[in-house]
Design a protein around this ligand. Sequence first.
Ligand SMILES: O=P(O)(O)OC[C@H]1O[C@H](O[C@H]2O[C@H](CO)[C@@H](O)[C@H](O)[C@H]2O)[C@H](O)[C@@H](O)[C@@H]1O
Ligand SMILES: O=c1ccn([C@@H]2O[C@H](COP(=O)(O)OP(=O)(O)O)[C@@H](O)[C@H]2O)c(=O)[nH]1
Ligand SMILES: [Mg+2]
Length: 725
Amino acid sequence: MSKTIIVSNRLPVKISRGDSRLEFSPSEGGLATGLGSIYKEQGNIWIGWPGMVVEEDIKGFVSEKLKELNLVPVFLTEEDITGYYEGFSNEVLWPVFHYISTYARFDLDKWESYKNVNQKFAQIISQYIEPGDTVWVHDYQLLLLPNIIREQFPEVSIAFFQHIPFPSQELFRMIPWRKELLSGILGADLVGFHTYDDVRHFISAATQLLDLHIDGSIIRMDERAIAVEPFPMGIDSRKFSELSESNNVKEIENRIKSSYKNQRILLSIDRLDYSKGIIQRLEAYHQFLEDNSEYHEKVVLFMIVVPSRDNVLEYQRLKDEVDRLVGNINSQHGKYDWTPVAYFYNSFPIEYLSALYNIADVCLVTSMRDGMNLVCKEYIASRNDNTGVLILSEMAGASKELNDALIINPNNLHEVKDALVEALNMPEEEMRDRMSTMRELIFKYNIDHWVKIYMARLSELIEIKTSMKTRLVKEQLRNEIAQLYNQASKRLILLDYDGTLVGFKKQIDLASPDRDLLELLDKFITDKKNTTTIISGRKHQTLEKWFGSRALYLVAEHGAWTKDINTAWKKKQGLSDSWKEEVHQLMDDFCDRTPGSFIEEKSYSLVWHYRKVQKGLGPLRANNLMDNLRYIIPSYGLQLLNGDKVVEVKQSEVNKGKAALQLLEKEKFDFILAIGDDYTDEDTFKVLPDSAITIKVGNHLSSARFSIKNQLEVRAFLKSLVTSS
Ligand SMILES: O=P(O)(O)OC[C@H]1O[C@H](O[C@H]2O[C@H](CO)[C@@H](O)[C@H](O)[C@H]2O)[C@H](O)[C@@H](O)[C@@H]1O
Ligand SMILES: O=c1ccn([C@@H]2O[C@H](COP(=O)(O)OP(=O)(O)O)[C@@H](O)[C@H]2O)c(=O)[nH]1
Ligand SMILES: [Mg+2]
């Protein structure tokens, strides 16, 4: 049975040295707690670092112990931890991805270590991977891994999910190794982020830095398609809800409450991290106490800070700063029986967290940036009686879903302070309304739902990929087609031009046929059994210039013009161009506003090209233009085509399908071959009989029977046909 191999930097279980022996305990952090519930399913395994340096002589023992839990360790050395984990992951990627690029240290040795450790992970994975398996790679520590696995195991399904934000490409491009990182991620079939903004940023980085082709949310690379989509992660809501009711938790609650009688509890829980806005929170709370003395002795900020990455300089500095600020607040405002900030620099068992979630009147999340933030979701899931108020930073991924929280900008101290007052005074009905709406969401979009929809999307993509593969023209299929070709006595060959016989060029006129192509076409022409046709959207003047002297059938402007061998060009009857002036004017406006764009005018169509426009702006303007055109085209009976870096308007009764039908009527063909790469060729594929050999160039969905990777392969295929006869 095929299995899922989960891979992340940290295993959900960490090892530490207890008094006399090794201790195995759950890891902190969103990823470990989030996926904890799914890896135990039959046959699945989780590969990752066990959280400490393990001596050689006990590695066997540790591996055995972890195996019982379906876990496989990747042992990291002291150097790996310094270079890869603390260094590149947490001193380069973490600060840049959380928009604090001034903390980043772009050292080459950190990068070398990062590459090495990603290879180390790949090496362990390769020992467990079997055909049909899915590898699910998690997070920024392993950005290179998807592509390393892809190179070793081209057929395997690979998913990648990033739990932290993906920054604007303007920030991301600062990283010296940005292209390698992007290519690493793009080894996956499905790339997921928590929010649509992350998706947008990633797509813009990939298209701008790697010059890739993008089709909605699909990135196309040679023969591979990679889907990039948002999948906001949920939590195990039921677990938190049930935990709230347990006797053990109730007991802890009572104990805590007895220490804070008559005080309302403001709760914050996070790892010690500058991305969590701990300083900003303390400053806002300080101001709140200064401005609202009526709350003195009546509130407490219960602040759990979990130690994290304490070998990294910025984290040490932050610890000092937090200690200092807490000290200031408590010394300035504290009384012998009131400590305004109850500060704990520890991690706590889940029962203790649950008790805190239950008794907290307000949960305060002030992240400066946060991929998701699970703490706020855990708070909501715990509030079975629908009370409690969540104050949530708009910089946390969770704010995109939880819009019934009090949403704040953590940089706006006054806004946070006012939100505290609002939360503490919120009418009960409003509180319950907000909380119950958020609870519904948290229970529906829980962790199981997240895994389910993520995996379902991956299966869908793999199905498409597999069906594409079976249709791919490879040796056996090529031989079968060659056999049919040789047996036939009347053949119709329909060849699209751009994207099929030649590649995409920056200047449209540079795509003229090369000698190799002309020789190939001549081989088809000299065989009298062939009716060789170029069926193109190009102007007839262009086709005339390039092919006019050859004994070819030519179809130009998608069928508005046709030319039989040795005859003059014929224009399709009954076409009108009265619409052109109005559309031209509109396109002119867009050219004026969009440097690099230009209009191509044909007899019965107008094309707005944006292949030379500043990246990102082209598609934006194209959508805008299409919105405008939609008002004009119905009254003229026109068709609007959204093509590869073009917007085309043409008469709807002209299309390649109709042109192909006319050719079909000419004679009785016993072999029909059509090859094309874009949406206009679909019209050809659709009108041909089922027996026709229809071939789509590239990996887009198509009504063609077969597909072929690129123009080079088209030429090789065509050569193999003519040389086989
Ligand atoms: O492993 P550490 O260096 O100790 O860090 C702990 C984890 O922190 C990060 O969590 C992120 O994932 C959460 C769940 O998707 C999300 O809510 C949060 O916003 C992120 O910061 C990190 O992504 C993990 O890899 C770390 O293990
Ligand atoms: O003492 C603690 C405090 C917190 N957490 C867990 O750590 C996770 C923090 O996840 P979040 O997404 O909020 O932030 P991250 O640390 O992943 O950036 C949550 O599931 C908490 O329940 C924990 O296990 N022990
Ligand atoms: Mg084409």
